[in-house]
Design a binder for this molecule. Structure first.
Ligand code: GAR
Length: 208
């Protein structure tokens, strides 16, 4: 059984997609053992509670500096001792020490087709604003392993979504979530839980 920790900052619709997929059997061999939020008022914490999953808030605001926050965050993660950490709209930089300790055991969902519209400054609605400003006709979402960079780790799954002429950043964000994020994030977890994917030379390879 893969024990996963889901880290969130906001509404938690991706967390909900994971919880629903575990319930429906779309994700197998998996238990959501805890949710960590950096934001006490994140609705994702309510979703955790409603599903009987322990929800924990660790906010940088409660620590004197980033180093102390990082230490407390890593200590909490170590206590939970998850097999996999899922960043589902978690808008906090993962401490380098944690990336090292949990190598190939942290995944992130990003709302674009990496390497487009990713990296520093591209998160949430800003990603979709960037896609519309550039005038792309196709965008999408990516699940990738987390490495030392920002959105640079090995790619697990991607799904394309068409941009519509009338799109606003909000309508595009919603369509990318519905058509891509809520599908590929549960799929990626199921692949990992069932040992169907491995990382070779910085790239993922599917096991048959
Ligand atoms: C999602 O669109 C996710 O892809 C994005 O934040 C949103 C969280 O929504 N993540 C990033 O931009 C990370 N760079 P949710 O809280 O409803 O799941």
């Amino acid at each position: 059984m893969l024990r996963i920790l889901v880290c969130v900052s906001g509404g938690g619709t991706n967390l909900q997609a994971i919880l629903d997929a575990v319930k429906s059997g779309e994700i197998t061999n998996t238990q959501v053992c805890a949710v960590i939020s950096n934001n006490a008022s994140a609705y994702a914490l309510t979703r955790a509670k409603e599903n009987g999953v322990p929800g924990i808030c660790i906010s940088p605001k409660d620590y004197a500096d980033r180093a102390q926050f990082n230490q407390a965050f890593l200590q909490k993660v170590d206590e939970i001792a998850p097999d996999l950490i899922v960043l589902a709209g978690f808008l906090v930089n993962i401490p380098a020490e944690m990336v090292k300790r949990y190598k190939n055991r942290i995944i992130n969902i990003h709302p674009s087709l990496i390497p487009s519209f990713c990296g520093t400054g591209y998160y949430g609605l800003k990603v979709h604003e960037g896609a519309l400003a550039r005038g792309v006709k196709v965008t999408g979402a990516t699940v990738h392993f987390v490495d030392e960079g920002t959105d640079t780790g090995p790619i697990l799954l991607q799904k394309a979504v068409m941009v519509e002429p009338q799109d606003t950043p909000k309508t595009l964000q919603q369509r990318v979530m519905e058509q891509a994020e809520w599908k590929i994030l549960p799929q990626a977890i199921d692949l990992i839980a069932n040992g169907k994917i491995k990382v070779v030379d910085g790239k993922t390879v599917m096991e048959s």
